[in-house]
Design a protein. Structure first.
Length: 338
């Protein structure tokens, strides 16, 4: 089903556009694909609320200074709502807190995960992650690259406020004169917050629902048997009752209408990939070999690790469905269809 894109892609970086009364679309650069992120600035009484903050780098902060000068009339950004812990969303929460006194609003699992990754850079944790990637059958060159590079999380999140306001699924968040309902989605991140205004018929979807690509749904190294793809597919149902003409504001790509079709296509996409993998596992496969069945392009070391996490989320769901078994030995895991 074709989606409707009512707004064109802006030219350049750090762009600003009002797309609804007092609701501004900010597009910021990213140092990795998809090379941009959409952030939202909402008029909120005598101040402003920002939804997601961009990567914590000086060039993004320079864009923010210019944009805020242009649009806020000198009124402070009192609140930063962050959908999830990933650095392109949480990266400047500390900067907003310092420069505007913004309070950080997040769900608890997202805040904790961000704080954990920023704090825990110990060698023991690196060793545990290496163990995970070895079980995925990544080669030693990749492991070497990972050890040298690390997660890079701290390099993209300049600081995370030590206090936050907790958002719960179903909460009503008042922004300006509007009520925005928190809808928690899982699978891409542990407790990802989306915001829905029934009155405006707008959904700020973060990374949970994207127009062209599907969000990465990967098994995190600290929980090798996790089944995030089931969580993600279950979460799709939470958006199926929204009005069909809801304007969706995603974190990547363009604002769109056509939510029901997009949810259905996302489901089909994952079911097709599950079937591809199930068939490929007629011969026992390691995660690394299963990646080859899922991705038909060459992947650099970092993307190979992401692809491994994504492939494993599909394998773990097949295991949970009883269609594939995981064989554990001394070395890498092997997955075989039954
Ligand atoms: Zn994300």
């Amino acid at each position: 089903m074709e989606l409707d894109y009512p707004f064109e892609q802006p030219d350049g970086e750090g762009t600003l556009r009002e797309i609804d009364d007092g609701l501004f679309w900010v597009r910021m650069p990213l140092p990795f694909p998809p090379r941009h992120i959409n952030l939202w600035l909402l008029r909120d009484g005598d101040g402003w609320t920002v939804v997601d903050t961009g990567i914590g780098r000086p060039e993004v902060q320079a864009h923010w200074r210019r944009i805020l000068d242009e649009v806020t009339g000198g009124r402070p950004v009192r609140r930063a709502i962050v959908t999830h812990f990933h650095p392109d969303h949480l990266g400047n929460a500390g900067w907003f807190a310092r420069h505007h006194g913004s309070r950080l609003w997040m769900t608890q699992e997202e805040w904790l995960m961000g704080r954990l990754l920023a704090a825990d850079t110990s060698e023991a944790t690196t060793a545990s992650n290496v163990d995970f990637f070895r079980h995925c059958d990544l080669d030693e060159d990749n492991i070497f690259e990972f050890k040298a590079r690390g997660w890079q999380y701290k390099n993209m999140v300049e600081s995370i406020p030590r206090q936050f306001v907790r958002m719960y699924d179903g909460d009503a968040v008042h922004i300006g004169g509007d009520v925005w309902r928190v809808i928690v989605g899982r699978g891409h991140a542990p407790e990802h917050a989306c915001l829905h205004s029934a009155a405006r018929r707008i959904l700020i979807s973060g990374d949970q629902i994207l127009p062209r690509i599907t969000p990465i749904v990967g098994v995190p190294p600290m929980e090798p048997e996790a089944n995030p793809l089931q969580d993600f597919l279950d979460s799709l149902a939470k958006f199926e009752h929204l009005e069909a003409d809801t304007l969706v504001l995603p974190a990547h790509g363009l604002p769109f209408r056509g939510l029901p079709g997009r949810l259905a296509a996302t489901r089909v996409h994952h079911e097709e990939r599950l079937e591809t993998l199930r068939a490929a596992c007629a011969q026992p496969l390691t995660v690394r070999r299963a990646v080859d069945a899922m991705f038909d392009r060459a992947l650099d070391p970092q993307n190979l690790r992401l692809a491994s996490a994504e492939t494993l989320s599909h394998l773990n769901l097949l295991v949970a469905r009883g269609q594939v078994v995981r064989e554990d030995g001394d070395g890498p895991w092997h997955f075989r269809s039954r």
